[in-house]
Each structure stands twice: as structure tokens, then as C-alpha cells.
Design a protein. Structure first.
Length: 314
């Protein structure tokens, strides 16, 4: 009989060219890179897979644990209806601007890329003065005008640039043209997809010295060329709140000052990302940057200490 315990996940790190040092300097990770762009904190994807740290499943890949325990039993009945693990959670350190990009919806992505589409949220953990994000268009334009702006190098004139601060929340539906700007530290909760169409990249070159690939035709196919549907919200002064709730995921933020009681049932796992401070999760020590997975059906558990945590469920 397998005992379902809360498990700690070891992140997967990515060294994209726009990354910085905050995952090592602020969170204490030994990423193995001089500069690190992303930490994949909950990842069960072909391009990145968490392993378990400690306990009965020590050293096992997350997918292997799911296979061993059983999908419904481990991730819950809500997640089991998806064709594969439904979410991917990251910490993103933008030392430089990310490319202007867009993600397809499920229908297009499954048909063209054999993958999920990508709707996501950004929760701003920190931002340097003057940091900005690209979020949709200033006004509605046609697909033809969008393509002309790309080809004429005037795209930035059409896009909505937003100054950001700690606690801001962006809900980025598939089809929304967007980009994280330099100086932003982001927690990203997204569909489990790595499907990105790059529209504009500031003329940069990759590690091979060549311009990075653009995906203009596909981007024009999938982009919603009007202002973003969802407003930008700020939750910096909200101690316990729901950041986002949709048919893909529910994300809650909690400020733990003593003891917080949480629970789940057989419908869903809980994922806990510690974004500040330190605490214990049912007696397991957790510090800033730690990632814990609470299996479906675990029931009641307590988080004690002084910390800010983000809890994601399906």
C-alpha cells in the first residue's frame, strides 16, 4: 500500500538569453547556470520534469510517481479528465526583455502542434522601478494590419505597454500578444504547454550567433488583435485572496503569520509555492522558493510560520 505524503519537488532550470541571477541570489538555488531565466517549480512536461526530493519517492520523476500511484488517486478527478498533467508553474526572472509573443488556444495547438494551448496568469513578485509588460493592443486592428506592423518594424507602436509593480496580476488568455519586460520577477501559472510563437525579438541573436526564429504566420493565425479582455488587478495588500479562477486552474494567495489550515479532497491536488519567508507544511520545512505537492485526497493540513504562499489547484 502506498502512503500518500506531501512531497517536495526539485525545480528544473532554463538558461534563456534574457535571464538573470535572482533565482540564485534571492532564492538560493544552485541552478548550474551563470544566468537563469526560469525555474519550473511544478513541471510534468517533455521539456522539463520535476523530481521528488526526499520521502518514499525520492529521486523519482513526477510522471513516474503519477504512473505508480494512479492519476485519479494522485492528481485528482478534476485533473484526470485532461489528456495529460494540466498545469505548469514557473518563477521567471527577466533581467532583459522577453520577446513579443503569443500562445495558441487548445484547438489550434492540438491540431498544429499536438500540444495544449496556453492560457496563463502572471503574478508579479517584484519589479524594478519603471519595469513594464506588454499586454495586448492599444486599440483593435486587423490581422493584416498586425502583419504589416511586424514587417514594417512598427509593432511596438501598436502594443499596450503597462508599468508594473509588486502584486499585479495579469490574466493572459490564449491569443493575447504579450511580453515580460526587464526588471520583472514573475510567478507564472499556465496550462502545461511550451508552445510559443515569437513575433518580435529586438534584433537579438541566440547562443549560436544567429537571429532567433520568428513564427509570424502562426502568430497572425492565433492572435486576438485588440486590447486584452481582462483588467490588470493588484493584490499586494490582500493577505488571503483568489488570484484567478477559471476552468483550467484556481490560484489562491495566502499570507501566513501563524498557522493556516488548508485541505483538499479527491477532486484535486494542491501545489504550494513559497514565494517569501519560511514555514512548515504539515511539519515539513519550507523556505522561499520551495515547491510542495499535496496529493489529491490528502485532507486537512497546516501551514505554520511567516510566509507568503501561492496555492494552485484544478
Amino acid at each position: 500500500m502506498i502512503f500518500l505524503e506531501i512531497i517536495k519537488l526539485k525545480p528544473v532550470f532554463k538558461d534563456y538569453i534574457w535571464g538573470g541571477n535572482r533565482l540564485s541570489d534571492d532564492f538560493g538555488f544552485d541552478t548550474g547556470y551563470e544566468k537563469t531565466a526560469e525555474g519550473w517549480m511544478l513541471a510534468c512536461h517533455k521539456d522539463g520534469m520535476n523530481t521528488v526530493e526526499g520521502g518514499e519517492f525520492d529521486g523519482m520523476e513526477l510522471q513516474s510517481v503519477i504512473d505508480r500511484v494512479g492519476t485519479e488517486k494522485f492528481v485528482g478527478t478534476n485533473a484526470a479528465v485532461f489528456p495529460y498533467f494540466p498545469v505548469l508553474i514557473k518563477i521567471i526572472d527577466a533581467y532583459d526583455n522577453l520577446s513579443i509573443q503569443v500562445h495558441p488556444d487548445d484547438e489550434y495547438a492540438r491540431r498544429v502542434e499536438n500540444e495544449f494551448g496556453k492560457t496563463e496568469i502572471w503574478y508579479v513578485l517584484d519589479a524594478s522601478e519603471g519595469a513594464r509588460l506588454v499586454y495586448g493592443f492599444k486599440k483593435e486592428i486587423t490581422a493584416e494590419e498586425f502583419k504589416e506592423a511586424i514587417e514594417n518594424n512598427t509593432l511596438m507602436d501598436e502594443l499596450n505597454s503597462v508599468e508594473v509593480k509588486k502584486g499585479d496580476l495579469f490574466f493572459i488568455e490564449a491569443g493575447t500578444v504579450h511580453a515580460i519586460g526587464k526588471g520583472a520577477l514573475i510567478a507564472e501559472i499556465q496550462q502545461n504547454s511550451n508552445c510559443t510563437y515569437r513575433v518580435y525579438d529586438y534584433g537579438r541573436v541566440g547562443k549560436d550567433g544567429k537571429p532567433r526564429e520568428l513564427h509570424i504566420d502562426k502568430a497572425v493565425d492565433v492572435s486576438v488583435t485588440r486590447p486584452a479582455k481582462q483588467p490588470v488587478l493588484n493584490f499586494d495588500n490582500n493577505p488571503n485572496c483568489t488570484l484567478a479562477k477559471c476552468d483550467l486552474f484556481t490560484v489562491n494567495k495566502y499570507i501566513v503569520k501563524d498557522t493556516l489550515s488548508l485541505s483538499n479532497d479527491k477532486t484535486t491536488f494542491n501545489h504550494i509555492l513559497v514565494v517569501n519567508g519560511d514555514c512548515t507544511i504539515d511539519g515539513k520545512k519550507a523556505v522561499k522558493g520551495d515547491s510542495y505537492f499535496v496529493p489529491a485526497g490528502y485532507g486537512e493540513y497546516t501551514v505554520s510560520g511567516n510566509a507568503e504562499i501561492i496555492v494552485t489547484k484544478i
